[in-house]
Design a binder for this molecule. Structure first.
Ligand code: NOJ
Length: 505
């Protein structure tokens, strides 16, 4: 029988290098993750998505994959990955892994072969002359090799793009999917999913890409209950929905919602558009507040401009963290109440802010170097998690090596240990919300309630009412028999500004 677990799942994103360090070298690994599985079980999530764990020179935090069938030695071994998948399953947690099909690493066997042998270059984009394309990380998108030809890399020079017109590339990825499905992976997150097919003049969202995902879907359907999750950044929601047709990907990240400012009309419009475009193809929406590529939500929502734009990251723009935290709490209840799946990026449940003051010499994001040191980039949302104790490394590892990015000393207030017993903490809010959500929310539908223009309110088909006040004045709660959970005080039946509540009608 087909299990549609993914239609309403709460999925926790693990960035392995920053989650937990088991061996003390300062880099997170599978040993650390396995030790912390009970924490994730307790948090109440249904699945884990891990960003790439493959052997990699780390030109782009592992999104430069040198071997799709093995594990980066600093993270663990293939045998340990299989053990981890089995242990997660034993706790009722599914595992989604990341597959990067747009590009590989210059260290991969295929690219090395192409460098040596010109007849093996058709798997990539080698040309005698480059065009004017720019890399998404800054600088030209072409790099010259010793014999004078140029290869295309939409990202870092360490990430050569595949040529998806080459049948060998197509076959290779079918084999990679089967390799991981055979080892128990429940799903695949598809990196940069809209970029694979290129013409001489364009590379984003070309129609031919859908044929690739129809092929992938046939592979996934050879197995029970396996899913494909697309990373598809497209402003046009109609084009976006095409990736979610019944014979393509199962779900995709909702970046429209992530990028939306914390404003009632914009949020309602984004939610309504999300629901209608997903309904048009029968796919469940997902709700995403943060990930390893964008500024932490507490910081974003504490800035004067609360929207998100990749092209204008606003790194280092001052933020009112108290305001940001209040809004992030309300946003978490909003996201978790909406119909469909929800993603939680590691550390979001601890309310971690963006770290803006990483010393330049320690920055590792290729955005920093490729932008000529003008864009600090994504390291600030990838700082290793604080687990316990009063000083770095905050239980991230056994304390031998320094964490690969420095943790702010003030994170002593934000460790999982410090928050665990505190009823007012972000961690307690996430735990309570995720537990309630498991039984009462997830897949389904909603009906809007019109209370006030600056208030978002809806009833779920599962008979939970969610009210979020984005206006300056407190709002009276609609009639209810019980308050299930609130992101802030709800005394006197009033909901304050930037506060959300779940009610039993
Ligand atoms: C999207 C990933 O989320 C990001 O971290 C990466 O840099 C690019 N794709 C390139 O793989």
């Amino acid at each position: 029988m087909s299990d549609t677990w993914w239609r309403g799942a709460a999925i926790y994103q693990v960035y392995p290098r920053s989650f937990a360090d088991g061996d003390g070298d300062g880099v997170g690994d599978l040993a650390g993750l396995r030790e912390r599985l009970p924490y994730l079980k307790d948090l109440g999530i249904n699945a884990i998505w891990l960003t790439p764990w493959y052997p990699s020179p780390m030109a782009d935090g592992g999104y430069d994959v040198a071997d799709y069938r093995d594990i980066e030695p600093a993270i663990g071994t293939l045998a340990e990955a299989e053990t981890f998948i089995g242990e997660a399953h034993g706790l009722g947690i599914r595992v989604i892994i990341d597959v990067v099909p747009n590009h590989t690493s210059t260290a991969s066997a295929w690219f090395q072969e192409a460098l040596r042998d010109r007849s093996k270059r058709d798997r990539f984009w080698f040309r005698d002359e480059p065009n004017d394309w720019r890399s998404i990380f800054g600088g030209p998108a072409w790099t010259q090799v010793a014999d004078g030809q140029w290869y295309l890399h939409l990202f870092d020079p360490g990430q050569p793009d595949y040529n998806w017109d080459n049948p060998e590339v197509r076959q290779e990825f079918h084999d990679v999917l089967r390799f991981w499905f055979d080892r128990g992976a429940d799903g695949i997150r598809v990196d940069s999913a809209a970029l694979l097919v290129k013409s001489a003049t364009a590379y984003e969202d070309l129609d031919g890409v859908h044929d690739i995902y129809r092929g992938w879907r046939r592979v996934a359907d050879e197995y029970d209950d396996r899913i494909l999750v697309g990373e598809v950044w497209l402003p046009d929601q109609e084009r976006f929905a095409r990736y979610l047709r019944p014979d393509e990907l199962h779900t995709a990240f909702n970046f429209d919602f992530l990028a939306c400012p914390w404003e009632p009309a914009a949020l309602r419009a984004s939610i309504s558009l999300t629901l209608s475009t997903h309904a048009s193809v029968g796919a469940p929406p997902t709700w995403v507040l943060s990930n390893h590529d964008v500024a932490r939500v507490v910081t974003r929502y504490g800035r004067a401009d609360t929207s998100w734009d990749h092209a204008d990251r606003r790194d280092g723009v001052p933020a009112d963290l108290e305001l940001g935290r209040r809004r992030a709490r309300a946003a978490a209840l909003l996201a978790m109440a909406l119909p469909g799946g929800v993603y939680v990026y590691q550390g979001e449940e601890l309310g971690l802010p963006e770290v803006d003051d990483i010393p330049d010499r320690l920055r590792q994001d290729p955005m920093w170097t490729r932008s000529g040191h003008t864009v600090p980039g994504r390291d600030g949302c990838r700082v290793p998690l604080p687990w316990s104790g009063d000083a770095p490394p905050f239980g991230f590892g056994p304390g031998v090596g320094e964490p690969w990015l420095p943790q702010p000393p003030e994170w002593k207030e934000l460790t999982a240990e410090a928050q665990a017993g505190d009823p007012a903490s972000m961690l307690t809010l996430y735990r309570t919300a995720l537990r309630l959500r498991r039984d009462r929310l997830g897949d389904g539908s909603l009906t809007w309630l019109d209370l006030r223009p600056d208030v978002l309110a809806f009833t779920r088909d599962t008979r939970v009412v969610c009210v979020v006040n984005l206006g300056p004045d407190p709002v009276r709660l609609p009639p209810h028999s019980a308050v299930l959970l609130a992101s802030g005080p709800t005394g006197d039946g009033l909901l304050p500004c930037d506060t959300a509540v779940w009610l039993e009608p």
